[in-house]
Design a protein around this ligand. Sequence first.
Ligand code: SAM
Length: 379
Amino acid sequence: MGHYQTMDHTPLARALAAQLAAPEHIRRLFAQVPRHRFLPDVMWGPGREQYDRTADPEGWLAVAYTDQALTTQRDDGAEGGMGVPSSSSSAPSVMARMLTAARIEPAHRVLEVGTGTGFNAALLCQLLGSGQVVTVEVDEGIAAGARSSLYAHGVHPTVLTGDAETYASGGQASYDRIISTCTVSRLPSVWVRQMRPRGRIVTPWAPAPGAPGGVLAVLDTTDSTAEGRFEGGLSFMWARGQRERGGTPPPHQGVPAERTEQVLADPRGPWLDGDQALLLSLLMPGWSYGMGQEPDATEPYVWLTSTTDTPGWARLHANGRIEQGGTRRLVDDANRAWALWESWDRPEISDFGLTVDLTRGVQTVWVHGPQHTIWSTRR
Ligand SMILES: C[S@@+](CC[C@H](N)C(=O)[O-])C[C@H]1O[C@@H](n2cnc3c(N)ncnc32)[C@H](O)[C@@H]1O
């Protein structure tokens, strides 16, 4: 037994709970359920720094009670990868925000998508009782780990191993709430079909992988629809089946432009500003972006690609040079999107929303209410 097992986490948990901006009944959960009991001995912070419980038990325990997302698995558990996070314990303030948005009531049955460490499932059990909580995790090893942490903590939710995109509970409507802890761009139909009347789905949503960040979608459901607003920006890892970028590949330096133009100001502005880029992802569907560096340039360029069936790409340089290629002219699309945004009096993220209509097979992004459609995609 290491001496760390005797270290008292209670004051740390209380201090963390006290700093969360959430209703008291949600905040209290974070003081009651010990987050560190759900974390692995080796994990990584937001700057990819490693925390090793054996080497530094106090540092490891302290970081468990900070408001940070902690990566608990990389590269789907494969050795020798790039270190891309594939499972994490989300930042407590983000978890509190989602639990609050879900408006969970005492008799509700809740499905959590993405069990991860099991910590969020443990909070739900604390809130509702184990019998009302089901959680589903695609990664077998992670599901097994979460199950044992949950049981060791004394709660027994149903922990399913499987892909939440296709998982169905015998076709029956059985949940009042779904809280998803991975990002989707296409809301799985089974989520809507499994809801009881007056259901609510809370999920990170983004129009495409590789688009900036994402938003928190808070969707109220009927038999065949899910509809609601985006409650601000939110960045989460993608659901496994939806994380491939697709569409036009990023334009490498050697790819010649079909159209080049010169503008006066640095055209990268909106794409380098996280808030503006996020807005643009709601205004203009189907694109992704990144940065590249030309050997003789002092600053990196921003590249854009289309993730729809219509190919298109662009490179935007600090010196005002804009290069575009393909059928879809993304920079022109973006300029039109901004002009619309201006004409609508510059709506904020929380003025936008989503309607998922299973009968019509479409998903629609709107602003200031479902009647003002911005764009729709086939699901
Ligand atoms: C941010 S982590 C979850 C954090 C977790 N709720 C917690 O409290 O620790 C996202 C999890 O979603 C899982 N996941 C991704 N795609 C999934 C899918 N299609 N079905 C079920 N789980 C999925 C990942 O394996 C990962 O463990």
